[in-house]
Design a protein around this ligand. Structure first.
Ligand code: NAD
Length: 469
């Protein structure tokens, strides 16, 4: 399974209903995915239910060893997986994109295998000894988005498997091939039935979320779908981890050095061509350095090539689908209509193949403009001027989402003081969107609940059980 041809063969669907996935950069066919039905889902859940007890009995050490072998397998197939991901998702091979994503899959598998989770003693006073253990949940359903399809699948499946659960994955209907290929590689190292992929749309996702044999749903996607999943899961009181939409603010304090921070600001906002949950989506800059930040950011942005993913020169790609292209177009148009100043971009080339939206920076925009208040999820960054830190914090906190945020300053103590006042699951200082398998990650407000990564992430895939003696 190490070549692209092997990978394509491994995901060739059995005869039946299939759907052809098109490259969002060129419109060419990438491959066919099965269109599974609710009956297929029932079979996968039954197989997972049958296989899970033996997997749980193996113990942490053996399961961790399997995850490490799975990481080795991903590394052996890394280039082929990256090519498929680039073709189906659109992200370039180069830059923090397809090769980076496949590398992260292996890194997360290894880190999850290495994370310790010992029983916790909560009382030991001579009379009472009470400990918390984390037992397997059973079968976990994982539902994912199209922006980082491989990496987010690993974020869901690795801790679930490590904790002794079986997993049924439902990838986004926009990127099923990437997830199928990745799971085929990982499955070389797992017992049959423990990890399976069901490709289908909303109805399959909704059935997974209400299925009585599923003990937990790991969901990453939009806030609207997250709310639907909460409702679907209610009758079976399913455990949920919800990583939902974000509209992350970045606040640049007046003492920041515009030239020094420009490249990190750029990648904070434009990683994966802006199609990232915890990307910087609203930039607040103090009036003293506003013009300098706009100028430095424009310089950096102008030097970042966008184009077809398999061309090594490119570090930015197309939007993954037409619906997302239309959202970005609508929001940038709203900004232009309001009289905001276009520093660069804002004008997609008509009639070209692919959903390319040019890198766009918009200055002098009001804080209530839709490009600021709605999640653009694409390569268009609004830059808002502020004159007091008080005002910037208030604007950053004004929305009902709070995934990440960032503060940019030459004074770490001052940056931390501002960070403490921001309503977000993570606040980065002088960087944005840096995730790390050792550091818990999750949202505040309507960006979701539950934590992923590290020991906290493992606990979320177990049922806490107290032994009180
Ligand atoms: P989406 O909500 O449209 O779809 C996500 C998944 O949910 C897909 O697999 C879809 O088929 C499935 N689904 C749709 N309706 C369903 C239902 N009723 N029941 C069960 N499943 C259903 O999201 P998307 O457009 O694929 O992803 C983009 C969004 O995801 C953005 O808002 C982004 O911010 C968010 N996101 C969040 C994180 C995070 O970690 N917080 C990470 C990546 C993306």
């Amino acid at each position: 399974m190490e070549t692209y041809a092997d990978i394509l063969t491994s995901i060739t669907p059995a005869p039946g209903t299939t759907r052809t996935l098109l490259d969002p950069a060129t419109g060419e066919a990438v491959g066919d995915a099965p269109v599974h039905t609710v009956e297929d889902l029932e079979r996968a859940v039954a197989a997972a239910t049958a296989a899970q007890p033996a997997w749980a009995t193996l113990g942490h050490e053996a399961r961790s060893a399997a995850l490490v072998r799975a990481a080795d397998a991903v590394e052996r197939s890394a280039e082929a997986l990256a090519v498929l991901l680039s073709r189906e998702q659109g992200k370039p091979l180069n830059g923090p994109n397809a090769r980076f994503e496949v590398g992260a899959c292996a890194a997360w598998l290894r880190a999850t295998a290495a994370t310790e989770l010992a029983p916790e003693t909560v009382v030991d006073d001579g009379e009472t000894h009470a400990e918390i253990h984390y037992r397997p949940i059973g079968v976990v359903g994982a539902i994912g988005p199209w922006n980082w399809p491989m990496m987010i699948s690993v974020w869901q499946l690795a801790p679930a498997l490590r904790m002794g659960n079986a997993v049924v994955l439902k990838p986004s209907e926009y990127t099923p091939l990437s997830v199928l290929a990745l799971v085929n590689v990982i499955n070389q190292e797992l017992p049959e039935g423990i990890l399976s992929v069901i490709c289908g749309g909303r109805e399959v996702g909704a059935r997974l979320a209400e299925h009585p044999a599923i003990g937990k749903i790991m969901f990453t996607g939009s806030t609207a779908t997250g709310k639907a999943i909460i409702r679907s899961s209610a009758d079976t009181v399913k455990r949920l981890t919800l990583e939902l939409g974000g509209n992350d603010a970045g606040i640049v304090l007046p003492d920041a050095d515009p030239a020094a921070i420009a490249e990190d600001l750029f990648w904070g906002a434009f990683i994966n061509t802006g199609q990232t949950c915890a990307a910087l989506k609203r930039l607040y800059v103090h009036e003293d350095i506003y013009d300098a930040v706009c100028e430095e950011l424009t310089k950096v942005a102008a030097a970042m090539p966008m184009g077809v993913g398999l061309d090594e020169a490119n570090v930015l790609g197309p939007l993954q689908n037409k619906a997302q292209f239309d959202i970005v177009s609508r929001l940038v148009q709203a900004a232009k209509d309001s009289g905001a100043r276009v520093l660069m971009g804002g004008d997609p080339v008509a009639d070209q193949p692919g959903y390319f939206y040019p890198t766009t920076l918009i200055a002098d925009i009001e804080n209530d403009n839709p490009l600021v208040t709605e999640e653009q999820f694409g390569p268009a960054l609004p830059i808002i001027r502020y004159n007091s830190v008080e005002e910037a914090v208030e604007m950053a906190n004004a929305l009902d989402v709070g995934l990440g945020a960032s503060v940019w300053s030459s004074d770490p103590a001052q940056a931390r003081a501002v960070a403490a006042r921001i309503q977000a699951g993570t606040v980065w200082i002088n960087k944005h969107g840096a995730v790390d398998p050792r550091i818990p990650f999750g949202g505040a407000k309507q960006s979701g609940y539950g934590l992923e990564f590290g020991a906290e992430g493992l606990k979320a895939l177990g049922v806490p059980q107290v032994i009180n003696s």
